[in-house]
Design a protein around this ligand. Structure first.
Ligand code: CU
Length: 147
């Protein structure tokens, strides 16, 4: 499942010139958002992690000063399943989106309101910690995919 998504993303991007396999991941985060949740007890988060480097990395955990616990879920056949790690492919992307991979926030200290941001720390096996300010969007927000 993850491999198929990665292959599609790579094909869609057209690929960059070869020869940049420097053996380490180069991660960046884009399109992060949280649909405004109905309560502080549970919320979802979405984002895209792009890897421009020549080595894979692994998302190993996600934390936030504003949440008691954040788990990583993937959706399999309409049901969500908690996973301990997700791979970010070399020269590829790991995409979290509605109906697919998502972050689940538990025990938020306050109910996030539209216009606010929620600080999130993404922990990777090789790249260490990436910090993201996740903007809170309307509950029905669902960005068009593609680039
Ligand atoms: Cu979930």
């Amino acid at each position: 499942m993850a491999a198929a998504v990665a292959a599609t993303a790579l094909a869609g991007c057209g690929g960059s010139a070869s020869g940049s396999d420097d053996g380490k991941p180069e991660l960046s985060v884009s399109s992060a958002y949280m649909p405004q949740p109905v309560s502080a007890s549970m919320a979802a988060g979405f984002l895209t992690i792009t890897n421009k480097g020549g080595a894979t990395d692994e998302l190993t955990s996600v934390t936030s000063d504003d949440a008691g616990d954040i788990t990583v879920h993937k959706t399999v056949g309409g049901a969500m399943e908690e996973v301990s790690t997700l791979t970010v492919p070399a020269h590829g992307r790991l995409v979290f989106r509605s109906g697919g991979n998502h972050l689940m926030f538990d025990g938020l200290k306050r109910r996030p309101e539209q216009g606010q941001t929620v600080p999130v720390q993404l922990h990777f096996a090789k790249s260490g910690v990436l910090k993201v300010e996740m903007p809170v969007k309307p509950a029905t927000y669902n960005p068009a995919t593609g680039h």
